[in-house]
Design a protein around this ligand. Structure first.
Ligand SMILES: O=C([C@H](O)CO)[C@H](O)[C@H](O)COP(=O)(O)O
Length: 207
């Protein structure tokens, strides 16, 4: 299982500083949606220039204009982009077309999708590199939230998936047991007193 850091910081300088600390311990460096909204795709270019050996993940959460948005991000240096699973099939197919043109990949983020298992299978057929079983920051803050449902949906779908939803040192082993290809950790890394140590510990917990 690979480890992805989600950088939900809002300046390129902060992202560059965080990436420099954690890059040795992660496989995939994600620029979070708030960062891309605040700084634009220039942030993607800056991170890829600083870490050409890492997979750079632009969390666009595209909902429309799939081919155009994906093309812009790949041109800026992204290796993977996200399109929302709630988007229409034509939007996802458009992003996949851009990915094929650039030799890159599309991840379909299932945040907010009620039937994640069915949609995961559909978008895999459309050419997604993998799906993201995702509970967003707002959903995580809702009373009674638990990662268990997401783990179960990932296990049941039987397609390649990443898992994001407040993954921590306490839960990363269960993410691996559920069969995820990638564990995504945001707050557990950027919110830690020592992000490098937090990323190293998450990596060490992966068998
Ligand atoms: O994608 C995310 C969220 O929608 C804000 O951009 C997070 O990066 C993702 O949820 C991972 O972060 P944590 O949940 O803090 O691990």
């Amino acid at each position: 299982m690979k480890l992805q850091v989600a950088m939900d910081v809002v300046t390129t300088d902060a992202a560059l500083a965080l990436a420099a600390q954690v890059a040795p311990h992660v496989d995939i460096i994600e620029l979070g949606t708030p960062l891309i909204k605040a700084e634009g795709l220039r942030a993607v270019t800056a991170i890829k220039a600083a870490h050409p050996d890492k997979t750079v993940f632009a969390d666009l959460k595209t909902m429309d204009a799939g081919e155009l948005e994906a093309d812009l991000a790949f041109t800026a240096g992204a290796d993977l982009v996200t399109v929302l699973g709630a988007a229409g099939d034509s939007t996802i197919a458009g992003a996949v077309a851009a990915a094929k043109k650039h030799g890159k990949g599309v991840v379909v983020d299932l945040i907010g999708v009620a039937d994640k298992v069915t949609r995961a299978r559909e978008v895999t057929e459309l050419g997604a590199a993998f799906v993201e079983m995702h509970a967003g920051l707002d959903e995580q803050a809702e009373p009674g939230f638990s990662l268990a449902t997401l783990l179960n949906q990932g296990e049941t779908a039987r397609v390649p998936f990443s898992l994001a939803g407040g993954v921590s040192i306490a839960t990363i082993a269960s993410v691996q047991r559920a069969g995820a290809s990638v564990a995504v950790a945001g707050g557990a890394i950027y919110g830690a007193e020592d992000p490098a140590a937090a990323a190293r510990a998450l990596r060490a917990a992966i068998i």
